[in-house]
Unconditional design. Structure first.
Length: 223
């Protein structure tokens, strides 16, 4: 089986080489870019399975790179930020990043997070009969049709809520069901994905509602 390819994007050569050393020791193939424009070119030319993306880049910053990648690809993205400010993390997640790490980072943790993200984003067969279309009000949730344009995790989130319609699911429960038990991010990730799904439903004119139960989580309503 070919080694999975990870694109590491940073304008600091020593960080690229540190990440390369540990990722390659773990069996990954590593390619690199030191500015935003080159990063975009490599994403679409080389089709890596994961992108490790610094925010502060020449040419195009990491936010813009993430935004442009997300317009065309669902490749998982780990964002690197030199600041521990929540705003950097929140903006990154809202633009579609899957996880974030604060620099300086432990390279072993980077490897662990890369492994975890690749495991939970890999396509996994659903149990027999578990992939049947689900009708909720005016919407048919069907993995073969994708009536509403959703990213893979957004679709999984909507389907999970639909399978449990009327029940309140906590953020932690949704993380377990949709992302997997080894997810490293924070529950803010669930909030961001719910907001994206709500926006897509509204644009499609669907009457399906995802209700926030404050202090608890979310539930899907179909009336």
């Amino acid at each position: 089986m070919p080694a999975e390819t990870i694109l590491v994007v940073d304008d600091e050569h020593n960080i690229i080489e540190l990440a390369r050393m540990y990722l390659e020791q773990d069996g990954f193939t590593v390619i690199a870019a030191s500015d935003g424009r080159t990063a975009l070119a490599r994403v679409f030319a080389d089709s890596p399975q994961l992108v490790v993306l610094d925010l502060m880049l020449p040419e195009l910053d990491g936010w813009e790179v993430c935004k442009q990648v997300r317009a065309r690809s669902d490749v998982p993205i780990i964002m690197l930020t030199a600041r521990d400010d929540d705003i950097d993390k929140i903006v990154g997640l809202e633009l579609g990043a899957d996880d974030y790490m604060t620099k300086p980072f432990n390279p072993r943790e980077l490897v662990a997070r890369a492994r975890a993200i690749l495991r939970r984003t890999a396509p996994a067969p659903r149990p027999a009969g578990d992939d049947q279309p689900i009708r909720v009000a005016d919407l048919i949730i069907d993995s073969l049709r994708y009536e509403i344009p959703l990213r893979a995790k957004e679709f999984d989130l909507l389907r999970t809520l639909a399978e449990n319609r009327g029940l309140v699911l906590s953020r932690e429960k949704l993380l377990n069901l949709v992302w997997g038990f080894d997810f490293y991010g924070q529950t803010r990730t669930v909030d961001v994905h719910v907001a994206h799904v709500r926006s897509r439903l509204q644009k499609a004119g669907s009457t399906v509602i995802i209700e926030t139960v404050w202090g608890v989580g979310y539930k899907l309503l179909d009336d």
